[in-house]
Design a protein around this ligand. Structure first.
Ligand code: DC
Length: 218
């Protein structure tokens, strides 16, 4: 079974997919984390987000793995746990631009499909229901107001020890929404057959329960 959860930054995708994956025993894959790994690898190699050809070349040197550590889903880049590092500001600032490169998307989509083979998967991102798994069994488009999403991201950052003021987070999400929605390939868009959930006034538990019910009905 493939469950696709798409939606903009801060809509709660990451948190609810982690909860649902545990409750229903599904493999949890955050595709945004993989795009963040590519952005981080570019930074580590002194390549900026406009150097498309150089980023494409770097793809051959990148190995991304999703693992579980102490019951938490974490992402590894070339054997190193980068789960916290990829949420830092420098990565966040360039990831949308890096993810707009077609070759990056093709390479990562291949990875996402390969690691989902013969598994029951819940995968979250921007284009899972439209591009990665257009035949997914369940498709959810999770949304929330810009202000609510920024508030949540500030709280999440605080928990990770990342200190970025609300106004800055709001502006960064607004810019990222715009970039994510206008990509040539893999743009953030609701699939025709996706179920829309506005989580602005719902708790994490309410959203998770709603989605679990949809999955179980399937
Ligand atoms: O989910 P996130 O905010 O960690 O994602 C980081 C960036 O990666 C996001 O700005 C857009 C990009 N992304 C994408 O283009 N396609 C996906 N399926 C997931 C993320």
């Amino acid at each position: 079974m493939i469950v696709a959860i798409d939606g903009p930054a801060g809509s709660g995708k990451g948190t609810v997919t982690e909860i649902i994956s545990k409750k229903l025993n599904l493999t949890n894959i955050s595709t945004g984390d993989a795009y963040r790994c590519v952005a981080l690898f570019a930074i580590e190699n002194n390549v900026n987000e406009n150097e498309t050809e150089k980023i494409i070349k770097l793809l051959d040197e990148i190995q991304i793995e999703f693992k579980k550590e102490q019951d938490k889903d974490v992402v590894f880049l070339n054997g190193k746990n980068v789960d916290k590092r990829i949420r830092q500001k420098d990565v966040t600032n360039i990831v949308s631009k890096v993810s707009a490169i077609k070759e990056v998307r093709f390479k990562l989509n291949e990875l996402f499909r390969k690691i989902s083979e013969n598994k029951n998967v819940i995968m979250e991102g921007r284009d899972i229901g439209t591009c990665v798994f257009p035949n997914a069994d369940v498709k959810i488009y999770l949304d929330a107001s810009l202000e609510e999403r920024a508030k949540r991201r500030v709280k999440q950052n605080e928990e990770l020890g990342i200190d970025i003021p609300y106004e800055e987070v709001l502006e960064s999400i607004r810019k990222r929404d715009e970039q994510d929605k206008t990509k040539e390939v893999g743009a953030l868009i609701q699939a025709d057959d996706a179920i829309y959930i506005d989580s602005s006034n719902l708790s994490i538990e309410e959203v998770s329960d709603k989605i679990i019910q949809i999955i179980e009905n399937k």
